[in-house]
Design a protein around this ligand. Structure first.
Ligand code: ATP
Length: 340
């Protein structure tokens, strides 16, 4: 079941990143309480999704999040809040593992498994749910991090691998969906049998665990997952002026966003069949969207009149996401975990 935020906040162009994070912060407390949390940014290309989620793409020294004018995005602030909350209660011994995945042209790429190569040249991954994960099929790298600084250093290095392109709407347009997952685990229960006793090393030196997002490391208990999703921008081909392989990318992006809207629509209407498998993006998100999750959707829209059609489409997506209510999701989803 998706426990969707029913409240609606609207932020103007002059609003600070700190104010936006004010809406996100309570979800970190929920995460520590054992809820899965998914925060996704959706909207037209060039409208500020990556800025909101990650912060500006500047090379200068970032202003720390506690400064009121800091322009750091949701990711570094969430990482800081996560480790602050963990440090408040050390007796729980929560550990944090991070995975970073890019969905590009309907293929899944593990950004932590690469050695400095660009998107689409690295190893592909299969989207497997917790129920169907098989050790021989999928290895998704999960790196342990012990502080917000470690989390950010890992992310900053790997996000440079993300596929980008200059379009006539946006000079650094992301051509992929980015999904950063922080998995919180608790120490193994005494005497619990390990199905996969030893972690394998990935190409980047990180640990590679069988299965996708939902696959649990053997003897450890997954407490909750935080998923930060920076979706590729929805795009009107006539406006962005893309052709050739970029046009192909755009078509994959628009199709996967339509599939995501369909999944939210099916969840909202509590349909018997939720079409997770219509795209790799939705299949990959199935474990979280199909389970107990607190979902926050950030819609980024343009104030320009010429983009009004995209803006309305974006608001339509948000309206659909808001209709997803607390309750049992049926059909094709894994057994929901009880929130603790
Ligand atoms: N609130 C803001 N304040 C200042 N600059 C912003 C803000 N939002 C976005 N920008 C700037 O606008 C540009 C486009 O933003 P961004 O890259 O976040 O768009 P996007 O929606 O992720 O685009 P795409 O989907 O094409 O990747 C960037 O240069 C970014 O720094």
């Amino acid at each position: 079941s998706v426990l969707a935020a029913r409240s609606l906040e609207v932020y103007g162009p002059a609003e600070s990143q700190q104010a936006v994070f004010g809406d996100v912060r309570p979800l970190l407390t929920s995460l520590l309480d054992g809820y899965n949390v998914c925060i996704m940014a959706y909207g037209q290309t060039g409208c500020g999704k990556s800025y909101t989620m990650l912060g500006p793409q500047s090379t200068g020294e970032p202003v720390p999040p506690w400064e009121p004018h800091s322009d750091l995005g949701v990711l570094p602030r969430a990482a800081g809040e996560l480790f602050r909350l963990i440090s408040e209660n050390p007796s729980r011994s929560l550990k944090v593992d991070v995975s970073i995945v890019e969905v590009y042209n309907n293929d899944i790429f593990d950004l932590l498994a690469k050695d400095g190569r660009t998107a689409a040249s690295g190893p592909k991954r299969e989207a497997l749910t917790a129920q169907e994960a098989k050790p021989e099929v999928c290895l998704l790298t999960r790196e342990p991090v012990h502080s917000a600084a470690e989390f950010m250093a890992l992310a900053a290095g790997r996000l440079q691998l993300r596929a980008e392109l200059a379009t006539s709407v946006h000079a650094n347009s992301s051509r992929s969906h980015l999904i950063i997952t922080a998995t919180l685990t608790t120490a193994p229960a005494r005497g619990s049998p390990g199905k996969w006793p030893r972690a394998r090393r990935s190409a980047s030196g990180g640990r590679a665990w069988p299965g996708a997002l939902g696959a649990q490391r053997p003897a450890e208990q997954v407490h909750a997952k935080l998923q930060l999703v920076d979706l590729a921008g929805s795009e009107c081909v006539g406006v962005s002026g893309v052709t050739g392989s970029a046009l192909r990318e755009t078509s994959f992006i628009n199709r996967s966003l339509a599939a995501l809207a369909d999944v939210l629509g099916a969840l909202a209407e509590r349909r018997g069949h939720v079409p997770y498998r219509n795209s790799k993006l939705t299949h990959f998100l199935q474990d979280v969207l199909g389970g107990d999750v607190k979902l926050l959707v950030i819609l980024c829209v343009s104030p320009c009149r010429k983009h009004v059609a995209e803006t309305l489409r974006c608001l339509g997506f948000g309206a659909r996401a808001r209709q997803v209510q607390r309750g049992q999701a049926r059909g094709g989803s894994p057994a929901p975990r009880k929130p603790r």
